[in-house]
Design a protein around this ligand. Sequence first.
Ligand SMILES: [Fe+2]
Length: 204
Amino acid sequence: MTTIFDELLRAFRDYLVGRDAAPVRDFIGDMAWTMPERTLEANTLSCLRHLPRAAELAPPAEQELAGLLAGGAEMLHWGQTYTAADFGQHFIDNYGWVELFGTRGHFRNETVAAGFLILGPGVVYPDHHHVAEEIYIPLTGGAEWRMGDGDFRVRRGGEIIHHASNVNHAMRTGDEPLLALYLWRGGDLAQKSTIGAAGTQGAL
Ligand SMILES: [Fe+2]
């Protein structure tokens, strides 16, 4: 029987393989997509209410993946790295991620972690960084992303955003939610991000 987990992993693979972009190829080029499954209990979060709208907003190439996620989200083990003490209650009510595969995801992978991030409207995810190298691909356009000392700029759905190890990054949403997929490799794949600019003391 094909489960939502299998379907998501297949759609995730098909989407990334279809992108044919250098940083993505570098991450997944020699990846074994047959990964042992890990049984995780469903854990829902308030931010899942934004998924139907995110699936509507997704451009054609991102529709299948966003739609599958929206349809099966209640079965998945959603998590949060932060608490209200970090960025406030509005952030916590509008933020969450799920690891599809990795050291703690629905499938086991010790070298690459991957999953999805949701941010609801009107959210600022302040500067943070982590040892892991990261690729984000927004499945919805319109959110603003900042990297290093650069300015915030609007990214389209399907753009590839590559953060090198320990490079600072931040996101902020306007009137619409953000749904993005992510890939992580290097360092501790379950590391909590460090908040604040790189080089000061302050993961996904
Ligand atoms: Fe990150």
